[in-house]
Ligand binder design. Structure first.
Ligand SMILES: Nc1ncnc2c1ncn2[C@@H]1O[C@H](COP(=O)(O)OP(=O)(O)OP(=O)(O)O)[C@@H](O)[C@H]1O
Ligand SMILES: [Mg+2]
Length: 346
């Protein structure tokens, strides 16, 4: 079913991002409105009605500032709040799979299967000992998280058309114009987490969240040099991993955290190489505002041994004058999820 006009809404840990796209003649996506608003607390730890209303008001105000008329929205669930796992199941028709996945989920989930909404994405079929098995990506979204999202969306006066995971939205933006002929490692460097996924063709076949984000880099600088977070943030943004700056002092502070992130990414790459060799990533695509860290592309290039690209999610879009204006206020890679949501057509 074709979706009516709507906004893509990404409620992140440090800010809310919104984008609206309409499809012009010839199916050209045109960005009508885009914007963000800082938030003080992420959605999953809001304590009371007052805090919920504050966040909802932020969203409502942002929409009004952007002169967006529609109340319909498609919303992203952060990778960090859902569970996903590649599992092997018998090669059965779709209608018989659901039951099996439900029972499988029991073994794999850290919470009761009754408390999640289950979804799955087929990845590949494989012959094992004369029978065929299917590998699928099982996705489980906790019902309490979904309900929290729905509550905030309703409070903001919006009507949800769909909820989907961040990595699905990111994949839509990454593959809008091209299919990935080879596997690609997509890394969304956020403030509190890094959402990692593997995509091939137009499909997500793996996703995971690393519980360290760009804020951990700021904290490392603040701790090492005994300065406040605001100042540490400035050092991070200005000098990052560049050895040539400030005698490499900021880089030195960041390296232990970067090493942790690098190890996690390496583990993921190796897991895919061993278990799904056809999907082994041949490049890394960087999105999220944290990916603007100076020296990051070179760092991953050297340490992961695959080519690394910083992706501009706006490059696939026509821009309205309004959007062009708004875009002077923020950095582009942060909007990949919001744009991916806004590109949903059915
Ligand atoms: N120029 C820059 N260089 C490096 N890091 C940056 C830069 N600008 C912003 N950041 C960092 O990027 C992070 C915010 O990124 P982003 O907006 O993608 O996160 P988020 O979506 O709110 O968080 P999450 O994805 O974890 O929910 C912050 O930690 C911020 O310090
Ligand atoms: Mg984000």
């Amino acid at each position: 079913m074709k979706l009516p006009e709507f906004i893509g809404l990404d409620i992140g840990y440090s800010s809310v991002k919104m984008a609206q796209i309409i499809f012009e003649q010839g199916n050209v996506p045109r960005l009508m409105g885009v914007g963000h608003s800082e938030i003080s607390k992420p959605l999953n730890i809001l304590k009371d009605e007052k805090e919920k209303k504050e966040l909802a008001d932020r969203i409502r105000t942002l929409k009004e500032t952007l002169l967006i008329k529609t109340n319909k929205c498609v919303v992203a669930l952060p990778e960090a709040m859902i569970f996903s796992k590649i599992i092997a199941v018998p090669d059965l028709p779709e209608d018989q799979l659901e039951k099996i996945i439900y029972f499988e989920a029991r073994n794999h989930l850290p919470i009761p299967v009754e408390d999640v909404n289950l979804d799955h994405i087929p990845i590949a079929k494989k012959a094992v000992d004369n029978r065929t098995i299917q590998q699928i990506l099982m996705i489980a979204a906790p019902k309490n998280i979904i309900n929290m999202y729905l509550e905030i969306i309703n409070l903001a006066g919006l009507e949800p058309l769909a909820l989907e995971t961040e990595s699905l939205a990111t994949a839509r933006a990454m593959t809008y114009k091209v299919d990935m002929a080879q596997g690609a490692l997509v890394v969304d460097f956020g403030s509190k987490n890094i959402a990692v996924s593997i995509i091939k063709g137009k499909n997500v076949i793996f996703s995971q969240s690393i519980g360290t984000g760009s804020d951990a880099l700021t904290q490392a600088i603040a701790r090492d040099y005994n300065i406040d977070l605001r100042q540490a943030e400035q050092y991070k943004i200005t000098y990052g991993l560049l050895q040539s700056q400030l005698e490499g002092k900021i880089a030195k502070s960041l390296l232990p955290v970067m090493q942790i992130i690098n190890n996690e990414l390496n583990k993921i790459i190796n897991f895919i190489k061993i278990n799904l060799p056809d999907f082994a990533p041949s490049e890394m695509l960087l999105v999220g505002e944290g990916s603007l860290l100076p020296g990051l592309v070179t760092f991953f290039n050297l340490n992961l041994g695959i080519p690394v690209k910083l992706v501009d999610p706006f490059s696939i879009l026509e821009l309205s004058d309004m959007a062009k204006n708004e875009m002077t206020n923020f950095s582009r890679p942060a909007f990949t999820v919001a744009i991916g949501l806004a590109l949903k057509v059915e």
